[in-house]
Design a protein around this ligand. Structure first.
Ligand code: HPA
Length: 266
């Protein structure tokens, strides 16, 4: 049976009177400015939502924005909070439960990630599966034994890949390793992740996916490969560079989204 949400977000839903989002979008590092490309209908800072923490990370605005993408009403989580900011898995995924409380059934989770698979180019990667190496879960404290067999919806991923081809945007497919951070990986850790089957590594998304699947939401995961993971190039990893790569990719993401949302199942 489909799980029901508790009353955690009753006051948020009251705040969002009239919102009828069909689609949820979580924007990762540097991708926040995407919101300005769409017609903004409303916004609510996370600090106004009981149970939610404001992000302390540059590039993560910390608000819900209600936008129209084409004709589809969408709720955007502009910025997320992370485990490395000191939050529990449950708190770091409150935005997913908040979206579900408004009736959202499909979410696109974006993130910035380091590329591990040398066959990839530094473009986008559609997440096929993940390794949750954070040691945390948003479901801790419950006994919800959530199936994770097809956590990233294969039909929606195929749709994303099709629209990407049409738009001539390079999107690889691969496994995302979620680490707790905030330090970037060592080269030895990246070699370990490669052995484990990871194609990219980042510090978010996996807990959101678990939370979303526990609520029977459909998940699309999309990583922007902002850099080669540690040890695969001589570059020093730096959050400023990650954000700059994000900003530079915003117009590609806009094109992908407009095309994708137009084809979403009703
Ligand atoms: N590692 C972890 N997180 C990241 C990276 C990385 O190389 N790049 C962007 N986010």
């Amino acid at each position: 049976m489909r799980p029901t949400l508790d009353r955690e977000f009753a006051s948020f839903a009251a705040h969002c009177e009239g919102w009828r989002p069909r689609f949820g979008l979580v924007l990762g590092s540097g991708l926040g400015p995407l919101v300005d490309r769409f017609e903004v209908l409303d916004e609510v800072p996370y600090s106004n939502v009981g149970g939610m923490a404001a992000s302390t990370v540059p590039g993560h605005a910390g608000r819900f924005v209600r936008v129209k993408i084409g004709s589809v009403e969408t709720i955007v989580a502009q910025g997320r909070v992370h485990l490395y900011e000191g939050h529990s898995g449950r708190r770091a995924t409150a935005h997913i439960r908040a979206m579900a409380s408004l009736g959202v059934e499909t979410v696109l989770l974006t993130n910035a990630a380091g590329a591990i698979n040398r066959d990839f180019s530094l473009s986008w990667m559609a997440i096929t599966d993940h390794l949750n190496l954070t040691g945390a879960s948003p479901l801790t404290g419950s006994s919800r034994f959530c199936d994770m067999g097809e956590a990233y919806d294969p039909t929606l991923r195929a749709l994303l890949l099709r629209v990407a081809r049409e738009q001539e945007i390079v999107v690889s497919e691969g496994v995302y390793a979620g680490m707790s951070g905030p330090q970037y990986e060592t080269p030895a850790e990246v070699r370990m992740l490669a052995l484990l089957g990871a194609d990219a590594v980042g510090m978010s998304t996996v807990l959101e996916t678990i939370q979303a699947r526990a609520l029977w939401m459909r998940v699309i995961g999309l990583s922007l490969l902002t850099n080669w993971a540690a040890g695969l190039s001589d570059d020093i990893l730096d959050h400023e560079d990650v954000m700059a790569r994000g900003k530079a990719a915003v117009s590609q993401l806009e094109r992908l989204l407009v095309a994708l949302v137009g084809h979403l199942p009703k």
